[in-house]
Every structure is written in C-alpha cells, then in structure tokens.
Design a protein around this ligand. Structure first.
Ligand SMILES: *Cc1c(COP(=O)(O)O)cnc(C)c1O
Length: 356
C-alpha cells in the first residue's frame, strides 16, 4: 500500500474555525476535503482528494431516474494521543463492492479506497471533535453518471467519500412498530446491498409508523410477516433467557459490521449467541413469560439502540429500563472502548491514522 497515485488539492483556508464542533447536528457539517474517483472508458481513474464542493449534475444522469446508487457508512474516532482510529474499514469497502455487484456497478480496488480514506482522514483529522463521544462519520457512495435515460447499467460513475464531524447521540431508547404489511426486502431483491433505493422505499411505512407514535419499524419477512428481520436501518437482537438471538444476515437482512462485531465480542465475553430465524410470536411469548430481557438495534451510527417498547397490531409491549440491560450495555461499552483505543483490540479491527 501507499504506492497509489492519489492527487491532493488542499483547501486554501480551512473552514474549521467557522464551525462549532461541540454543537454540530448529525450530517449537516462537512469537513474540508473529499475523496473522488471517476469510472470512464472501462476503468476507475483519477483518484484524488479535493476541497469539499458542489458537483455539477446533468439532468439526464442515470442515477436520478433509475437509482443506480450505493453507499456505506463508517466512523473514525480520536484516540487519547490524537491519532484517528478507523473501525474495520476493510469490511465497509468489501461490502461496498458486494453492493456494487448487485447494482451492476464496476468493482473498485479496496486497498486504493482504504489508502484514499486514510489520507482524507489524516488531512481532516482536526475535524474529529475533541469531545467525549464525538467522532467523524464517513460516507462513501457511488452513483451512475451516464447522460442517458435508457434502462441499462451506466458506463460512467462517480465515487465520493466525504466526512462529517458528529457528536455523541443522546441515544434514548426508542419505540418500534412491528410492521406486518409493508416489507423492506424480499428474497432475491436488494436487501443485502446498501442500495440507495432501499431507503427511499422504507420512508413511507416509517412515516405511517411515526404517525402512530412509533420512532421506528421492525421489518418482518415479506412473504408471511412471521419472522423478525431488522429494525429500521439497524440489525436487531433480542435477549431471551440470557441468550442473545439475532436473525441470520443474508438475502433480506443486511450484514451489518456492528452486528458481526457484537456477536464476536459477546462470544469473547462468554455470552451465548444464536443466529437463527426469530418468529414474531416467539418474541411476544417470551415477553409474556417474562423471559424477554432486552431488544436492541445495532449499527454504526449509535452502536446499540435500546428498544423501550414494541407494538404489534395495536398492542404495546414494554421492555425493562435500558440501564438494567446488563448484557447489551456490557457489550456496547467494550465495543465503544475498542473503537476509541481504550480496550484490547483482540481481532485487529482498528486501523490507526497517525496524527501528523
Ligand atoms: C447499514 C445498515 C445496517 C447496519 O450496518 P453497520 O455496518 O453495522 O453499520 C443494518 N441494516 C441496514 C438495512 C443497513 O443499511
């Protein structure tokens, strides 16, 4: 690595002094630079880092009409010594290529992406707030740029990676509705890809749930609405009789990196984990029998989001207060410490970007 020819054009003057990093809202402030790369004439070319800026968009861009677009989400944290720490970035770039394959987007060199990201984070390292719980959110994405409105894979694409300083969320427990009419993903569909269109399709059912007073949805399988799949844009886990149960990632359930990491940490800590189909009815029965001690979503943004209550066909089921949920709080604290370099990184997940 390190032998890629990444052109760098730095900003003349950083915008950082104009931003109050202690008060940024999620996803609304962008660091000084972005990494860009174009696909033309059959190859990815011109990897470069440039000032964060607008791009010009042709109205016929294929992505605007048919949604040929994918994305990723990851984070960098600041270690006590000022270095930036990336958490399993190789996994994000691997998944970006898996999503690309499903959307007919050409494969990218994962090592080049990692190298570009490390340079980007090094340049904008001061944008990671020096505030407990804060981090830098990293958004890689790829979209089709053919100026052509026929339905076929584009011949031109743009990849961009930009970053946002983010503060710790006030991660309050959420209420969720078990969705039994709409579906997020179906067998053979695009549920295992981070395809932009999946999120567009989730907005309406989520809006309906919001109108009923729920924060989020729990998706069930498209065929029978019998099995639990995911929670919003997070994977879902429950604890029944002190065993962590989570449905298997696959065709309809996105393989979250947080999910995978939590399963590993749970096993490292001696907890029992089962990856298996999870029936809605099993969760309801466990609740009725007093055996459901926890239910939570897992994802990069908040690591673990506790579920305060779930609703099914108009009946609400309350869960214990979030601070009493020993297993998930234990795992969450270990995972967050690993990400910040405060806990032994047993599996070499953390990639360090030294401060200059
Ligand atoms: C991104 C995403 C997740 C979580 O993945 P992480 O890698 O843990 O952030 C889960 N489900 C869906 C649908 C997602 O888009």
């Amino acid at each position: 690595m390190g032998n890629y020819n990444i052109k760098i054009e730095q900003v003349k003057e950083s915008r950082i002094s104009k931003v109050d990093l202690s008060a940024v809202a999620f996803g609304k402030e962008f660091s000084d630079h972005m990494f860009v790369m174009d696909y033309e004439n059959g190859e990815w070319k011109n990897p470069s880092i440039v000032p964060f800026q607008n791009i010009s968009v042709n109205p016929a861009f294929l992505v605007l009409h048919y949604g040929q677009a994918i994305f990723e989400g990851m984070k960098a944290h600041k270690a006590a010594n000022g270095d930036a720490l990336l958490f399993r970035p190789d996994q994000n770039f691997k998944r970006l290529n898996q999503s690309a394959k499903r959307l007919c987007i050409p494969q990218m060199d994962e090592n080049l992406l990692l190298e570009g990201l490390k340079k980007l984070v090094e340049l904008d390292i001061n944008w990671i707030p020096n505030i407990p719980g804060a981090s830098m959110y990293i958004r890689p994405f790829v979209f089709a740029t053919d100026e052509f409105i026929g339905v076929r894979p584009s011949s031109n694409y743009k990849l961009i990676i930009f970053t946002c300083p983010v503060n710790s969320y006030y991660d309050k427990a959420v209420s969720v509705k078990i969705e039994t009419k709409y579906a997020r993903a179906s067998e053979g569909g695009t549920g295992s890809a981070k395809a932009a269109g999946n999120y567009a399709a989730s907005l309406y059912p989520t809006k309906l749930a919001n109108e009923e007073g729920y924060d989020q949805l729990i998706w069930t399988d498209a065929k029978e609405h019998k099995y639990i799949e995911e929670s919003g844009t997070m994977n879902l886990m429950v604890v029944i009789d002190d065993v962590i149960v989570t449905p298997p990632a696959g065709d309809t359930i996105l393989g979250g990196i947080t999910r995978k990491s939590i399963i590993q940490i749970a096993k490292d800590l001696g907890y029992k984990v089962e990856e298996r189909l999870l029936e809605v009815q099993e969760v309801v029965n466990a609740h009725k029998a007093g055996k459901l001690s926890d239910m939570f979503g897992t994802g990069t943004a908040v690591t673990i989001t506790h579920i305060a209550k779930f609703g099914l066909d108009g009946t609400n089921y309350e869960l214990p207060p979030a601070n009493e949920r020993k297993i998930s709080n234990h795992i969450k604290s270990v995972l967050e410490k690993i990400k910040r370099g405060e806990e032994k990184d047993l599996h070499n997940w953390v990639v360090t970007v030294p401060k200059k």
